[in-house]
Design a protein around this ligand. Structure first.
Ligand code: ZN
Length: 135
């Protein structure tokens, strides 16, 4: 079996480019509303919580807590060998935002575990924020 390409996001979309540009620079950028202070993810120009168009990019501190996770044991794509664990992480300093990460294997985890972001380089100059237990 040859090398199979991973599934990559569109990184130059008008709404989400700031997220991927930030990751390429080692910063976790989150769209946020300046009127109600909600984080908005997936990022968009309009706040879905209060209706404001007064939104901007802000740097998140890259810390979070584990909300939930699932271990994937049945391989569905050749580029992603199993087992791996998908984690949902609630950001510590941005309200209403949970981000997804992928951890190889099936580590021992607990709800509320402190997590930290790291920046995972992929092909074609794509860098994805990913999560691991904080040390
Ligand atoms: Zn708002």
């Amino acid at each position: 079996m040859g090398t199979v390409a991973k599934v990559m996001p569109v990184t130059d979309d008008v709404d989400s480019a700031g997220f991927f540009d930030g990751a390429r620079e080692g910063r976790l950028m989150i769209r946020a509303c300046q009127d109600c202070a909600s984080g908005i993810h997936p990022p968009m120009a309009h706040c879905p919580y209060c209706g404001s168009w007064n939104t901007h990019w802000r740097v998140a501190n890259g810390r979070g807590t584990l909300h939930t996770w699932t271990v994937v044991e049945r391989q569905v794509h050749a580029a992603y060998p199993t087992p791996y664990t998908l984690v949902s992480v609630e950001l510590d300093d941005v309200t209403r935002v949970r981000l997804v990460g992928r951890i190889p294997g099936a580590p021992e985890l607990t709800v509320g575990l402190p997590m930290e972001v790291f920046f995972d380089p992929h092909e074609d100059d794509v860098v994805l924020p990913n999560w691991r237990p904080a040390v």
